[in-house]
Write a protein that binds this ligand. Sequence first.
Ligand SMILES: Cc1cc2nc3c(=O)[nH]c(=O)nc-3n(C[C@H](O)[C@H](O)[C@H](O)COP(=O)(O)OP(=O)(O)OC[C@H]3O[C@@H](n4cnc5c(N)ncnc54)[C@H](O)[C@@H]3O)c2cc1C
Length: 504
Amino acid sequence: MEKRDAMKRDIGQVVKRVVIAGGGTAGWVTAAVLAEQLGQLIEITLVESEEIGTVGVGEATFPTVRNFHILCNLDERAFMSASQGSFKLGISFENWARKGDRYIHSFGTIGRSTWMGDFHHFWLQARAEGYEGGLSDLCLEYKAAEQGKFAISDKVNINYAYHFDAGLYARYLRQVSEPKGVKRIEGKIVDVAQNGETGFIEALTLDNGQRIEGDLFIDCTGFRGLLIEQKLKAGWEDWGKWLRNDSALAVQTPSTDEIPPFTRAIAHEAGWQWKIPLQHRVGNGLVYASDYISEEDARKTLIANLDREPLFEPRLIRFRAGRRLKAWDKNVIAMGLASGFIEPLESTSIHLFQIAATRLVQLFPFSGCTPSIMARNNALAQQELEKVRDFIIMHYKLTERDDTPYWRDCGAMEIPDSIAQRIALFRENGLVYQEGDEMFRVDSWLQVMLGQRLEPQGRHHMGRMLPQDRLRAALDSLKGSVAAAVEKMPTHKQFLAQYCPGAA
Ligand SMILES: Cc1cc2nc3c(=O)[nH]c(=O)nc-3n(C[C@H](O)[C@H](O)[C@H](O)COP(=O)(O)OP(=O)(O)OC[C@H]3O[C@@H](n4cnc5c(N)ncnc54)[C@H](O)[C@@H]3O)c2cc1C
């Protein structure tokens, strides 16, 4: 249908003009999904400032990104090529529970669960009876990651996410969104005009004097939260007592010979280091707590642990873990870093604002920004964020490291009841669960809990309903089919070269 025809039938539509403040990943992701899904019904303007720039990190994603791309009608090969992307099957955690430990939190599903209980109870039963095979042997994504293999095919069901160059990704989203009607304006916002009676935002003024009016404003201005906090004072809940990292040093290095299909998260004395392999380079960074290590020592740690010479001086980024109390306030919705941040571990931020942008499409306030729609949005956003927060806290709480004050304090900290109960449930009964639309599935909780050396003392005894030899044979057969499927895969690098080579 023509946009003109759809716009003419606007009976009762109060919100028509959407203004997105900020053109980082959050801004362009929001623009892309609004343009694809609601472009015929609304006008979308995005304001960004090249002079201010973006945070410039955020290059590892979660598998839900693929569904989001379907909503935006993006072509996988085209976007991967344009953003020099690589595939991600999980995260390799190194030195977390103890120095020298390594486990992969893969995106795979392990075995087949039954209505009575999750698959791992079969494995726990077999293990209790002397079976020595590992749970990871039963997971395709885990084994493929370990061996540097990757393939997408009709024959094998594989769950994956992406690594990409954040700047190139935003540029690609811009390229596909502008032809769908998104109007981009370059300029620095210097004033935010508020209605004297309602407090609603009416317009943004740029440094060149241009005034941009709107009905709904999406604040994607990053940590500064120009509209949601600086103007509306929506409030902040700080999570620093559980998540003590507050700084990162980020740097890039040339690409290495192999391109591992996973992110690396390597624990150090007072934080951890990421390595994100792309086709044209590797993204690196050290996330640390400034109360425990100086910037100078953090720089030394990062440089000493790079695989190649850095391409520039590491750049310092300060952040706070916490959430905006009202992600939607009046006619402003905060998206991305403006709405809150947990920390980079487990790459959750892009997922969270893609979910938030999808929710915006579903709850779009055609009839106006009413208290009920705001309350619904904010309740969902809070639940989502708190569950992810708990998952991240768990990595720190379940450490056995006591070699530095940082790790001793992590292991000894009081944690929210919500996560303390989940830990107890697994420790005592071997039970894990995924609640509602929670980001992390049972397999994620399980792999991280076991990887962090949380040993279940109990289990569901459903495995005893199978004779011991049949139980073992079933596990061995699954292990064999995983190994055979991985054997047939090309290396990740070979697959990238034929499927989506980085654009020159
Ligand atoms: C160290 C670190 C590592 C991370 N790693 C990951 C990861 O691996 N995976 C993941 O999912 N997430 C990660 N994140 C989070 C991720 O980087 C962000 O969620 C993502 O980049 C989105 O940022 P943003 O668009 O909200 O903000 P920004 O990138 O900061 O964009 C803000 C935009 O607002 C504009 N702007 C600001 N003020 C004005 C103004 N006055 N006038 C005009 N324009 C203005 C800027 O120009 C820019 O375009 C990481 C974050 C950090 C700090």
